[in-house]
Design a protein. Structure first.
Length: 241
């Protein structure tokens, strides 16, 4: 191959890469701030191991999957109404980032890290004090529903507005799990957007995570697929204030 042909081929390859949808999304997010972290592109699967389609998600049900690490839970919700678009958010250190909105045909599907930004309460198999309260539900944590509540100390996060803090002790919002929907309606997790506390979490729960996931298992990056299940199936007890 001569140099001219090589350059043409390189240009074609570059163009092919440039139009890959996931890369375009990642580029757009990345340009908006420094709090975008791409991880493995992981396909979300249902409890039977089949690719999860957005059409199968029950409205306002709490779903749990683990991403980007084997031991970092995430909350997936198909909201009643579309999530807001292009929400400007700020981490506690002042870093700004922009939440682009939900996915799915109506923009109602959102996912957030399920590790509370206050003191890292999160759903475990034994118990969950962290969940989305549907619009028909009630919480003593605030006077509105359709929000994410951590009942440990009543932090309330706005599920439709990038996970920002509504009330309570948290000083920054929940990081969003960036989702993509393929043309066959299947759902993928591709990145984390916002200030995560993963390293603090691994330190704080070291012994517990080691017992559950083995010596290095908790930090392992999830690859290829992640199982999604309802919170009520995942955990033995749900406690909601
Ligand atoms: S740990 Fe969630 S509110 Fe304190």
């Amino acid at each position: 191959m001569n140099r001219r042909n090589f350059l043409q081929l390189s240009g074609t390859t570059a163009m092919a890469i440039a139009i890959a949808p996931s890369l375009i999304t990642q580029k757009l997010y990345a340009e908006d701030g420094s709090l975008f972290k791409p991880y493995e592109k992981v396909q979300l699967k249902d409890a039977d191991g089949k690719p999860l389609k957005t059409s199968a998600l029950v409205e306002e049900e709490n779903y749990i999957f683990h991403y980007p690490h084997a031991a970092t839970p995430a909350l997936l919700v198909n909201l009643k109404t579309p999530a807001s678009k292009d929400i400007k958010l700020k981490a506690e250190d002042g870093t700004e980032y922009i939440y682009r909105g939900g996915v799915g045909s109506k923009g109602t599907i959102v996912a957030y890290s399920a590790i509370c930004a206050h003191q890292m309460t999160r759903p475990t198999k034994a118990m969950s004090m962290f969940q989305y309260v549907p619009t028909s539900g009630k919480t003593i944590a605030c006077d509105k529903s359709g929000v994410i509540v951590c009942s440990a100390h009543l932090a309330v996060y706005d599920a439709a507005n990038g996970g920002k803090v509504i009330s309570g002790p948290a000083t920054q919002g929940l990081p969003a799990i960036v989702l993509e929907v393929d043309k066959d309606d299947t759902l993928w997790a591709v990145a984390v957007l916002g200030p995560d506390k993963f390293e603090d979490y691994f330190d704080a729960f070291k012994q517990e995570l080691k017992a559950e996931h083995g010596r290095r298992g908790a930090k392992k990056l999830v690859k290829e697929e992640a199982k999604v299940e309802t919170l009520k199936n995942f955990t033995a007890e749900i406690i909601q204030a």
